[in-house]
Design a protein around this ligand. Structure first.
Ligand code: ZN
Length: 724
């Protein structure tokens, strides 16, 4: 509706008659009791709360509404004027109070409060007739307007939905008729359950009716109700059914697929099918199919759109456009048989490039939509299919992630090169219908520079052992030795592969912690692994610490030896404070655990000890040197880099210790030799470089008391250089 046009219509002021009526019908005040708490309120009511006038001009009805209280005061302006264009199925309201246009329906506008308290709307007989003839209705005026407005809204909604559904319906028009033998195919192929019905007789029935052959067939042996067998005529798997015992019978639900050519390519139709029969009707079972999904593709297998059959806006059951791939459900499989006769024609176009046909030949049951979706994301799946690697294809359909990870050379055209295999390896992969796990072992051969026998690989795959699981021992043992050792230990101690590997690694870590030579065969290849492991567990009442120390010692083998040399140079006792050196890595880990600071969780400080860049020392109170107090990171000349107590904090009490630390630095300076001084110099250079780097990177502390501060500032404040 054009607002300017509406505004040009004659203005309607309240008539003198309305003013007179309003004056003659003043408001009445009524007591109103609240149904809620019995509270009484005064309520104003009018005989005519609302007055109405209307004109009709150029097919437009202008209906004005006047409030009783305004009229009473002599006001002649309406509160609203509603414009209706019946021909165009439109309406619009102008609010004279707010001087603006409103699109809401009449019943949703705001009205004076007394309007809701009862009374009737006054309208002159002439206006009433005018409106009734305009709307072609004999109902009351307000009801007529409400019904018209609701009708407009409903028609607008339908038009909007039609704009959505029309293109859907257009696309559905491409879908051809079902093939003539569709029902028969569903019955014989789509539903795999077939039966042989027989009449019970003593000594066993000799013949029965095969639901696949649809004729009497001989029965070999004695049939039993519910037993599985094969029909001697059609060779189908069947189930025997004694006719006396079969009542109502319904098969399971199965999914089947039909691919058909369309103008743009092809449509993939998904059906749910089942078969049912009532008692005694075994000769005429009823085959049912229900189409649940349609997907449209270009001829070379790119998905264009997808539809599901269902309730649309709670209004009708129809084809509803939905997201491509929304069938990817992890809760139930959509795998099903595919109708074969339409395929040769489709293969003449680009579909032959997708490998779908070859995969179908091998895996009669699948979800083609899933397959094509994977093909479009990961076209190499076609090479996998054509190489006969259907195991891999299956895994790919579940998730392509592992394969994309396993492809070493993404650019390579040939599959062999892409997988990083040589000719003989590729042949072995195909011969074993290898999976991703198998492939990973073949790729591992290049790393260990030796062939791994297929039976070893198959065993590893079967036990879900991946190359990275045994990397810790490679170098000391080859894969075949690992295989033999694992099998032996698993057999002797009834462990599965996972338990065996955990035990082994745990044992090696503990052994290293106890300073065994874990590079000696007698140690790393202990004949009675579980027994040795359990012994070490018993020997250490702090097994985790020893095991962790062992793990670190395998990475930083000199740390324990270095710790042993620290005491003579750095230990010192004063009246109040004492400085102790750790005797081993275990001491360091325990200190870190006690004070909950990061030296225990990060390799960094251990690595610095290994390099003689800095050492960790313990500051204790002389009265109780057993109790952890502060941990210090100290450069070889006694310069203190950091001093930290619980949770990496530094408390006020450390200021009291500064004088003692100066005194100690003086003592240390006298004990140093040339090597120590050279190491100290290198440590200072490294530290200064690190500080520059930290300042450039603006590294901040993320948690604890000092969160938000620049790390380099905190560390600089900590620094207590040995000036002695
Ligand atoms: Zn048969």
């Amino acid at each position: 509706m054009i607002k300017k046009q509406l505004m040009a219509l004659p203005k309607q002021a309240a008539t003198p008659r309305m003013l007179k009526l309003a004056a003659a019908n003043p408001p009445k005040v009524r007591d109103e009791r609240s149904w809620w708490d019995g509270h009484i309120t005064k309520t104003t009511v009018y005989r005519y709360p609302l007055y109405l006038r209307c004109i009709v001009q150029d097919g437009i009805a202008a209906i004005s509404f006047y409030a009783a209280d305004t009229l009473q005061l002599g006001g002649r302006k309406p509160i609203y004027t509603l414009f209706v264009n019946k021909g165009k199925d439109q309406f619009l309201t102008y609010s004279h109070t707010d001087e603006k246009w409103l699109t809401a329906m009449l019943k949703n506008l705001s009205w004076p409060s007394y309007y809701y308290k009862g009374g009737e709307t006054w309208i002159s007989t002439a206006d009433r007739k005018r409106l009734q003839s305009y709307f072609g209705s004999t109902e009351g005026v307000e009801r007529t307007i409400n019904e018209f407005q609701e009708g407009v809204r409903q028609r607008q909604l339908l038009a909007r939905q039609k704009r959505e559904t029309d293109p859907w319906d257009e696309e559905q028009k491409q879908v051809p008729e079902l093939p003539k033998d569709w029902l028969r195919w569903v019955d014989k192929v789509g539903i795999p359950e077939q039966f042989v019905y027989y009449q019970y007789r003593r000594g066993g029935a000799k013949t029965g009716y095969c639901s696949y052959c649809e004729k009497e067939v001989p029965i070999v042996g004695i049939p039993r109700h519910g037993k599985e067998g094969r029909c001697p005529c059609c060779r189908h798997r069947i189930q025997y059914k004694a006719l006396g015992r079969v009542g109502f019978l319904v098969t399971g639900d199965y999914v089947v697929y039909l691919l058909q050519k369309t103008a743009c390519g092809f449509v993939l139709r998904e059906f749910k099918v089942w078969c049912r029969q009532c008692k005694g009707e075994y000769l005429t079972p009823k085959t049912n199919y229900h189409e649940i999904r349609r997907s449209f593709f270009t001829s070379d297998g790119k998905q264009i759109s997808a539809y599901e059959w269902g309730w649309y806006k709670r209004r009708e059951v129809r084809w509803i456009g939905c997201a491509i791939l929304s069938s990817h459900s992890y809760y139930w499989t959509h795998d099903g048989r595919v109708y074969g006769k339409t395929l040769p024609q489709l293969m003449k176009s680009g579909l032959s490039r997708t490998g779908l046909k070859e995969y179908l030949a091998d895996h009669a049951i699948l979800d083609p939509e899933d397959y094509l979706a994977v093909y479009n994301r990961f076209p190499r799946i076609e090479q996998l299919v054509k190489a006969g690697l259907t195991g891999m294809v299956k895994e790919c359909i579940r998730s392509t992630y592992d394969y994309e990870q396993a492809i070493c050379n993404k650019q390579a055209g040939s599959l062999k090169k892409a997988l990083g295999l040589n000719g003989p390896q590729f042949k072995r992969l195909r011969e074993n219908n290898g999976t991703i796990a198998f492939l990973r072992w073949l790729q591992f051969e290049a790393l260990v520079k030796a062939a791994i026998p297929d039976k070893v690989i198959l065993w590893m795959c079967e036990h879900d052992v991946k190359p990275k699981d045994i990397e810790f021992i490679i170098g000391r043992m080859n894969v075949v030795q690992v295989y033999n050792y694992m099998r032996r230990q698993m057999f002797v101690y009834h462990m599965n592969a996972r338990e065996m590997l955990t035990t082994w690694q745990d044992y090696l870590n503990m052994a290293a912690g106890f300073h065994y030579n874990v590079n000696e065969e007698i140690v790393y290849r202990a004949a009675k692994l579980k027994k040795r492991h359990d012994e070490l567990v018993r020997r250490s009442n702090h097994r985790d610490t020893v095991s962790r120390a062992g793990q670190l010692l395998q990475k930083f083998p000199h740390v324990d030896d270095i710790c042993k040399t620290l005491s003579e140079k750095y230990e010192y006792a004063g009246d109040v404070y004492t400085i102790l050196a750790p005797k081993s890595l275990v001491d360091i880990i325990e200190e870190g655990d006690t004070l909950h600071h990061c030296i225990a969780s990060s390799d960094r400080y251990i690595e610095r000890i290994e390099r003689h860049e800095s050492y960790l020392l313990f500051l204790r109170k002389t009265e109780d040197t057993q109790e952890a107090y502060y941990t210090m990171e100290v450069e070889p000349n006694g310069t203190v880099r950091q001093i930290r107590t619980e949770y990496d904090k530094q408390n006020k009490d450390i200021d009291d210790a500064r004088a003692f630390l100066r005194e100690w630095q003086g003592v240390v300076a006298k004990r140093l030799n040339d090597t120590d001084r050279k190491r100290a110099e290198r440590s200072r250079v490294l530290r200064e470089e690190e500080f520059v780097q930290m300042r450039n990177d603006q590294i901040k502390i993320n948690h604890g008391d000092l969160a938000g501060k620049l790390l380099v500032d905190v560390l600089t404040a900590d620094l207590l250089e040995n000036a002695a």
